[in-house]
Design a protein around this ligand. Structure first.
Ligand code: ACO
Length: 342
């Protein structure tokens, strides 16, 4: 579909504390060689006293300043996270208050690592269907360090903290209507039967004063045995990812009516370099076009795509007018892709 929209600005923030593989090798039975060869991760950034909303505000402020618009012109804020600071208020209203974006309505969206592209798509549906000015701020922020067990070598080395943000609009920063002719298409899927491959527990079942004592406690839906910590079946997720991501890319290309060689870059969810290279090989994509910053960030769940996008725009690799595919997969299981123009 050719339509009117523009990524007006991007921003990202990584906490200062950087933890390399050698530092993990001092606290658990692992090695730089194992982590690098299996995942491509060399280091990741971890919050050191910062909250998820604080890193979200940092990324959002950078995106807003990059977009060159004032907070009052934001109509909608969506925050994606699996590591919010509160169950209520939602993260988006905290960001609204901190930024002074008083006209924005706000909600959070949880689709694990697919969250950012789902939020991007929701925002696009508003933007494409409005004649009046509409501007969305999408912020993906994760503090996975509060969700991982640092004594579990199978998971703790994989994840990092960080935030990324994008300002999307149907108007230029000066208020002019964006001219039509930009490709946008999306494709999303889910497979709830794979929910147990990646679980994080929210609450224990209620034990209120009126609860019957003779009724058995319902068994955990997923046999989640790691308390508040994340649990992952790595090989199952790997198999899913190397199938779902190529399928999502091929489907969105077909829906958009564009060929793979018209795509300048794929900005994928950063979970494992081997997954990215396997996906590129499967669809016949030049591996150089599959962007990766995982060596420096680890897996930051929903934040990984906008962080990578922002870094590659700032490095000058991604330029205005280029065709991009944003693609992700994650817990749920969820997956999808968006074809868009920067
Ligand atoms: N250091 C050293 N050894 C380790 C480590 C570690 N950090 N982690 C696991 N091992 C060991 C295991 O204990 C096992 O040892 P054993 O044979 O003695 O039992 C051995 O290494 C092999 O373990 P596997 O789990 O089979 O290793 P695999 O090659 O599958 O790699 C990995 C594991 C990297 C997790 C891989 O399966 C993977 O990347 N899966 C996808 C994960 C993913 O994408 N997750 C996120 C998706 S959703 C989201 O992003 C929120």
């Amino acid at each position: 579909m050719n339509t009117s929209y523009k990524i007006l600005g991007t921003g990202s923030y990584l906490p200062e504390l950087t933890v390399d593989n050698e530092m993990y090798a001092k606290i658990i039975d692992t090695s730089d060689e194992w982590i690098t060869s299996r995942t491509g991760i060399a280091r990741r950034h971890l919050c050191d006293g910062e909250t998820t909303w604080e890193i979200a505000v940092k990324a959002a402020s950078i995106a807003l300043s990059d977009a060159g618009i004032s907070p009052e012109s934001i109509n909608m804020i969506i925050v994606t996270t699996i590591t919010p600071d509160y169950t209520t208020p939602n993260m988006a209203t905290i960001i609204q208050a901190e930024m002074g974006a008083e006209k924005a309505f706000c909600f959070d969206l949880n689709a694990a690592c697919t969250g950012f592209i789902q939020a991007f798509d929701v925002a696009m549906q508003y933007i494409m269907n409005r004649d009046t000015p509409f501007t969305a701020l999408i912020v993906a922020a994760e503090s996975l360090s509060k969700l991982v067990d640092f004594s579990d070598r199978r998971t703790c080395v994989l994840f990092g903290d960080g935030a990324g943000a994008v300002v999307l609009s149907n108007r230029e920063a000066n208020g002019d209507r964006i001219v039509s002719g930009r490709v946008y298409e999306s494709f999303f899927g889910a497979d709830g039967t794979g929910g147990g491959y990646m679980t994080g527990k929210a609450f224990e079942a209620a034990s209120h004063p009126f609860r019957s004592t003779d009724k058995p406690h319902r068994e955990d839906r997923f046999d989640h045995e790691t308390g508040i910590f994340l649990s992952m079946k790595g090989q199952e997720v790997y198999r899913f990812a190397t199938t779902a991501m190529p399928m999502a890319i091929e489907t969105v290309l077909e829906n958009a009516g564009i060929a793979l060689d018209e795509i300048d870059y794929v900005v994928p969810h950063q979970a494992n370099d081997r997954i990215l290279q396997a996906a590129a090989k499967r669809i016949g994509l030049d591996p150089e076009k599959m962007l990766s910053n995982i060596a420096e960030t680890g897996n930051t769940s929903s934040a990984s795509i906008p962080i990578c996008l922002d870094q590659e725009i700032r490095s000058g690799r991604i330029r205005r007018g280029q065709n991009l595919i944003l693609t992700g997969f994650g817990g749920g299981l969820t997956y999808g892709a968006c074809a868009c123009v920067y």
